[in-house]
Design a protein. Structure first.
Ligand code: MLT
Length: 413
């Protein structure tokens, strides 16, 4: 066509660059910051309609899965494509329980890190370290080994995550209790101690199960596409998922749930009131950002956020906790949703907006929030890695570049 190509401003003393020269040489290449328009991946796992606010895993609406499935059932669905039969689920559950133990030497790894270490950094490095124990069974091209690694990751990441938490508190690590369900075991590893028996709270277990399901996949987000990109090189599941955890740690991605709570805390401490804070967001004052609002894909209410908001109310009520931060969050949501500025930009609360309030009420420190996102997202990462590896057409990923630096320059003599 007769598309007009922009002329970029001169860079570093070089003459300005006409992008058309690149397209003539390379064919039609579009500069697409952050991969906004480029579909370089096909997938059968998760469907999102961001305008309608719809999210489905393998065709099943998220509302139904979150309302009636277990986390392991959803993990199976994402990884294998179908809902498991009762026997398949029981076998999967049993295999995972058999693999929860960590090698005793790996526990010493935690002693080498400061107790102030961010748990996201701890779990990503511990996963890379974990791979060193399984070098004979981590071949990405051997289906049986991939199967075993899948089970090991689902079994061991929660244990590693709980140890990162215990380490930050200076408390003793507990052994996994394999008589318990996946979620109860995880809660016990975090909140149990050696002195007293651990009491299961079915309301909290149910709420955590639901939150993990809501986070289990979200198609080509930054961490999942990282897992796919790293995996596309032939790197094994441990290396790929460890990379995904690092991608998730950023405040624009999974780190946002932590940032939301920090923001609410600052609003409370400043005493300025929500309306004033919203004004400052609209005026784009330096350092003032509304966290947990807006999403690249959703131009409607994030369907996950709706469910999380209801959970926040029921968990706090169950625990008899009154958290002024939840009231602040609701007030902020109401003011923002009625304001033309947010309406025009179609900014709605996203999944991170209310999760932190629930995790806090459960007793998790702020820095563990993103770790919980990572445990939730694990089945999605595994499913995407496996889907890509099974696709005979998949290639090593390599984003196209438009060079906009100086042309060849005379080297000073
Ligand atoms: C996610 O669930 O990964 C986040 O909403 C970010 C995204 O989807 O891009």
């Amino acid at each position: 066509g007769s598309a007009e190509f922009p002329v970029l401003p001169a860079v570093d003393g070089a003459s300005s660059i006409d992008i058309s020269t690149f397209t003539k040489k390379t064919g039609y290449t579009t500069l697409d910051y952050g991969f906004v328009n480029t579909a370089a991946t096909k997938s059968t796992i998760t469907y999102i309609d961001g305008d309608a606010g719809i999210l489905r895993y393998r065709g099943y609406p998220i509302e139904q899965l979150a309302g009636s499935s277990s986390y392991l059932e959803v993990a199976w669905l994402l990884i294998y494509g179908e809902l498991p039969t009762a026997d398949q689920l029981a076998e999967f559950d049993e295999r995972i329980r058999r693999h929860t133990l960590l090698h005793e030497d790996l526990k010493r790894f935690f002693s080498a890190l400061p107790h102030t270490a961010h748990p996201m950094a701890v779990i990503s490095s511990a996963l890379s370290a974990l791979s060193t124990y399984y070098e004979n069974s981590d071949d990405p091209k051997d289906p049986e080994q991939v199967e075993l690694t899948t089970i090991r990751l689902l079994a061991k990441l929660p244990v590693i995550a709980a140890y990162a938490h215990k380490k930050s508190l200076g408390q003793a690590f507990l052994y996994p209790d394999n008589s318990l369900s996946f979620v109860d075991n995880y809660l016990k590893l975090n909140f149990g101690n050696l002195a007293e028996p651990y009491e299961i709270d079915p309301v909290l277990s149910g709420a955590l199960e639901r939150l993990l399901i809501l986070h289990a996949d979200h198609e080509q987000n930054a961490s999942t596409s990282t897992v796919r990109l790293v995996g596309s090189t032939g790197a094994n599941l441990y290396a790929s998922i460890s990379a995904g955890i690092n991608a998730l740690s950023g405040p624009l991605h999974g780190g946002a749930n932590e940032a939301v709570l920090d923001m609410l805390g600052q609003i409370r401490d400043s005493g300025e009131g929500v309306a004033r804070f919203v004004e400052r967001v609209k005026n784009k004052e330096d350092g003032v950002k509304l966290m947990g609002f807006g999403h690249r894909v959703y131009k409607n209410y994030d369907p996950r956020a709706k469910i999380v908001k209801e959970s926040a109310d029921s968990v706090l009520e169950h625990l008899g906790v009154k958290d002024p931060l939840l009231d602040l969050a609701k007030e902020l949501e109401q003011i923002a949703l009625e304001d033309d500025y947010f309406k025009e930009r179609r900014l709605y609360p996203n999944v991170d907006f209310y999760t932190g309030v629930i995790y806090k009420a459960m007793g998790f420190p702020t820095r563990m929030f993103t770790v919980l996102f990572a445990i939730g997202r694990l089945p999605g990462w595994i499913a995407h890695w496996r889907e890509m590896n099974l696709d005979p057409q998949s290639k090593i990923g390599r984003p196209q570049q438009l060079y906009v630096g100086p042309a060849e320059r005379e080297f000073p003599q």
